[in-house]
Design a protein around this ligand. Structure first.
Ligand code: GLU
Length: 425
């Protein structure tokens, strides 16, 4: 017997319940046997580690980490490492499943994985962060290598964390292996364009959706961005550069609003110095809940899961929701947004730019041959535009919303690979 998959039990679903509910909704459009449907529902491997880290005081503290491989039919598993106190096994399972669909949707040869450590990285010194990362990396050695499982940055981690991960792996095997992680600094085999890739991809898909609905003039579009980490800040910056008006942004402490538009490069500089966007001059402080209800044309939730739900989806004023985060909308939230005719560009499409350029980084590392930035960004643009068109075509074919259409497109590719390979033994 395998352990039970959660049912929808209460209105504020956890991320895994959301992922399963979305899958159940989408898989109905594919004529698959119940066995195959069930197979794709389950994570393939779940790995839990408990490990010690020496604090700067000399004391030893225990930490719990996870790595989950959801499905590997299309290739090595790929997905980020998250450092957050909200990390749970269920969250990592959901994020791993979404990585399977994301990679399949944009047609890159990867399965899905995710990892996480239960920790608030802001409470660690640089030395503690390095020791935690190196020990977690060594605990993951049975799973991770460039041919089987390739981590990357996610919430709470960055290119420096990836460099320590790569160094720990390389020291263990005795030679340098840049391809073991992506999202590394350029000095150790990173790719041009990787840092801004996810945020840029969010804006590429936002424009695809706007253009589909005949909205071609950036100066008439107001944008609100929830989350000012790597994804949110780069999405805001790229939108600003293209001439859109970014009227509100927020981080974990709250947000800022100026209906005349925010000077995003100045907000980025301010947040880098102060640690938060709050109190930015010439803007009004708002809460994160107020940000989601900001008067604007496009809302970009780029923080975390479960932000738009049954109790607040009715308050959204935007006409478009472009999901920079993974799983920001619960199924109840989805129903409300769809009923209200709000155009949703779903996470596995909107935020796929990160894993696409991660794939380019891995390819470059494996070949030890590096591309210039134009080549990276042009290829990113082409892949995202193609994926958007395929999702739109499936939405029209089945008369379904963009999220379900994206999942159908992805699940079909994974299902076909599983059936073609056959069931072992
Ligand atoms: N953490 C990112 C995501 O959720 C990137 C994953 C990767 O590049 O492997 O898509």
């Amino acid at each position: 017997m395998v352990v039970a998959i959660p049912e929808r039990t209460h209105e504020h679903l956890n991320a895994y319940e959301t992922a399963i509910s979305q899958y159940n909704r989408a898989v109905r459009y594919l004529d698959y046997d119940e066995g195959l449907v069930d197979y794709m529902r389950y994570p393939r491997r779940e790995f839990t580690v408990n490990f010690p880290v020496r604090r700067d005081t000399g004391e030893i503290e225990m930490f719990t980490g996870y790595r989950v491989h959801h499905n590997t039919a299309l290739g090595p598993s790929k997905g980020g490492l998250r450092y957050s106190t909200a990390v749970t096994l269920d969250e990592v399972r959901a994020l791993a499943m979404w990585m399977t669909w994301k990679s399949a949707l944009v047609n890159i040869p990867y399965g899905g994985a995710k990892g996480g450590v239960v920790v608030d990285p802001r409470t660690l010194s640089t030395g503690e962060l390095e020791r935690l990362t190196r020990r977690y990396a060594s605990e993951l050695l049975p799973l991770v290598n460039p041919m089987s499982d390739i981590p990357a940055p996610d919430m709470g981690t960055n290119s420096q964390v990836m460099a320590w991960f790569m160094d720990t792996y390389s020291m263990t095997v005795g030679y340098s292996v840049p391809a073991v992680v992506t999202g590394k600094p350029m000095s150790v085999g990173g790719s041009e364009g990787r840092t801004e890739a996810t945020g840029r991809g969010v804006i590429i898909t936002m424009e695809a959706s706007l253009h589909t609905h005949g909205e071609d003039d950036p100066s008439r579009i107001d944008i609100a961005v929830q989350g000012f980490g790597n994804v949110g800040s780069n999405a805001a910056l790229y939108a600003h550069e293209l001439g859109y008006r970014v009227v509100a942004v927020s981080d974990i402490d709250g947000g800022i609003y100026n209906p005349g538009g925010l000077d995003i490069p100045a907000v980025i500089a301010f947040a880098a110095e102060r640690g938060s966007v709050l109190d930015f001059p010439r803007a009004e402080n708002i809460t994160n809940e107020e940000l989601l209800a900001t008067p604007c044309d496009v809302l970009i939730p780029a923080a975390m899961e479960g932000q738009l739900h049954r109790d607040n989806a009715d308050d959204v004023k935007a006409r478009y929701v472009v999901e920079g985060a993974n799983g920001p909308t619960t199924p109840d939230g989805d129903d409300i947004l769809n009923d209200r005719g709000i155009h949703v560009v779903p996470d596995i499409l909107a935020n796929a730019g990160g894993v696409i350029v991660s794939y380019f980084e891995w390819v470059q590392d494996m070949q030890a041959f590096f591309w210039d930035k134009d080549e990276v960004l042009n290829r990113l643009q082409r892949i995202m535009a193609k994926a958007y068109k395929q999702v739109q075509a499936n939405a029209e074919l089945h008369q379904i919303d963009m999220r379900t259409a994206a999942q159908v497109t992805a699940i079909k590719r994974v299902g076909e690979a599983i059936q073609t390979r056959g069931f072992y033994p």
